[in-house]
Ligand binder design. Sequence first.
Ligand code: C5P
Length: 319
Amino acid sequence: KSFLYKLWKGDVSSKMLNPRLQKAMKDYLSTNKHGVRFKGKRNSKLTGDQLFCELKERVNVRTIDGKEAPFSTLGWEKHVPQIPLGKLYTHGFGSCAVVMSAGAILNSSLGDEIDSHDAVLRFNSAPTRGYEKDVGNKTTMRIINSQILTNPNHHFVESSLYKDVILVAWDPAPYSANLNVWYKKPDYNLFTPYVQHRRKNPNQPFYILHPKFIWQLWDIIQENTKEKIQPNPPSSGFIGILIMMSMCDEVHVYEYIPSVRQTDLCHYHELYYDAACTLGAYHPLLYEKLLVQRMNKGLQDDLYRKGKVILPGFKSVKC
Ligand code: C5P
């Protein structure tokens, strides 16, 4: 049976990845750049429903609110939006789309279906212009990593991609989630461009995710995986899925678990090929995907043909 077929069934291990990816995973484990010290147990064998309830109970979407040091001392309470992310929409959203940037979404003709959702989440610099037929054109929220704010190639200040949407930024912090250490030595310094952007665009909702939220997700992935996962933060895709599960009644995730269109083309908008984009090298992407596959409530046929997974929102299910 093919790797893809096994992934659809949730029956793969890292041993089935190509040797280069396996080597990269090993190297990240031995480097442990973020100082991960996992204290829990691995391989708790939860069913999809139990896993969903575990996430619902433990996941707390948190953003920097300016009340903790060093941000409190630096006057961040007046820099961050007055309305917290979770309270932007009092009743949340009905159905939501999470659109992954994978090359496999090309030629999917999913655009109309994606735009029919109440809210659409996209990632980093993924465009809609020129790709409407496959990815739609509505964008409600964009999750951006710290490189988008700091790398001049992304034109964060000028680009229309980052206007008229809710922005949620994140940066890999130490596993200790010590905000003082993180502030002094972020992976990429997102703090300065964040404050500048907030000053210039005070009405645009723009948040920075709290490192505790990100590492809490990592802990849950590791607890529910037999193998040792990469000691690096989950991908923006997984972070985004969890944010939408906390804000929406139902979440439709596109081309996270690849469809029959699976390809090594990293992004639909870029001519660059690397299997790591879909299966992970830095991020524990394969393991994230196995958890999402376990919780999928959608049809198998939608998974094969559309690369679509359906997850209930946290408020839609009693645990
Ligand atoms: O590469 P980037 O992080 O901008 O892509 C957004 C998200 O889409 C990733 O974090 C990952 O979860 C997902 N993705 C994927 N397969 C790809 C490319 C991206 O699952 N080939």
